[in-house]
Design a protein around this ligand. Structure first.
Ligand SMILES: NC(=O)c1ccc[n+]([C@@H]2O[C@H](COP(=O)([O-])OP(=O)(O)OC[C@H]3O[C@@H](n4cnc5c(N)ncnc54)[C@H](OP(=O)(O)O)[C@@H]3O)[C@@H](O)[C@H]2O)c1
Length: 215
């Protein structure tokens, strides 16, 4: 599969490497291809292509958005909305506000009635936007080994086939995917990123996952 990743931070790099490890063709889109860590990443992963965010979006059948939530809409505009037409867009972002956390709890710039995913979907009406992995530490995204089995990644989005494809990708990355509904369900998933950060800051412990357990 052709995969484009937008954003070369900890998440973008982690997922670009994960897709390469699974044998996909990957372009990592960055505004700064000469950054030291990107040069190192390329040297360590020769089959990974580094290019602009627009080229990554144009190339990918599946595109990953891995930028700060505050920069999500702007970076999609810069990558060219036409490059996302009809494509699966895996939205890993969290709508974390720029303000300081309150008692270790980060603030969100969204409301309980509109998620960032929904704003992205409005900007890219024909893209098949799927929320996923936003409450999973970047270092855990690919094949983590948890006590008690696989962790659960909650996903949401309007397109059922796109969610099925994202579920298969997540399974290949060592996760169990749980579909919780259409785009509006991202209103419930995005605060899980807030929960992950609040708990992580309180305990200085990030090596955990949510898991859905059944009777
Ligand atoms: N860190 C985690 O463990 C984690 C886990 C789950 C979800 N998330 C979410 O995933 C997203 C990415 O997280 P991250 O930790 O990889 O973030 P990060 O390290 O801050 O990297 C974000 C990348 O986004 C790109 N970018 C594009 N426009 C930008 C702008 N205006 N300002 C700053 N960066 C911009 C930059 O890449 P270029 O310079 O290459 O363009 C930057 O390296 C966030 O929404 C975060 O909440 C993070």
């Amino acid at each position: 599969m052709k995969v484009g990743v937008i954003g070369s931070g900890t998440v973008g790099q982690s997922l670009a490497k994960a897709f390469v490890s699974e044998g996909h063709d990957v372009i990592l889109g960055t505004r700064n291809p000469n950054k030291e860590d990107i040069v190192t990443l390329k040297n360590e992963n020769p089959s990974l292509t580094i290019d602009t965010p627009a080229q990554a979006a144009a190339f990918g059948e599946v595109v990953v958005l891995a930028v700060p939530g505050t920069a999500a809409l702007e970076s999609l505009q810069q990558a060219g909305p036409a490059n996302f037409e009809g494509k699966i867009l895996i939205d890993v972002t969290n709508p974390l506000a720029a303000e300081a956390p309150v008692n270790g709890v980060p603030k969100l710039f969204t409301t309980s009635d509109e998620s960032l995913l929904e704003s992205i979907q409005k900007l890219l009406p024909t893209a098949k936007v799927v929320k996923a992995l936003n409450n999973v530490g970047a270092f855990l995204m690919y094949k983590p080994t948890f006590q008690g089995g696989k962790g659960t990644v909650f996903i949401a989005g309007n397109d059922e086939e796109a969610k099925a494809t994202v579920s298969e990708i997540l399974e290949s990355f060592g996760w169990e995917a749980e579909n919780v509904g259409k785009a509006e369900a991202a209103r419930a998933i995005e605060p899980l990123g807030q929960l992950y950060v609040a708990r992580g800051m309180l305990n200085n412990d990030w090596a955990v996952s949510l898991k859905l357990v059944r009777l």
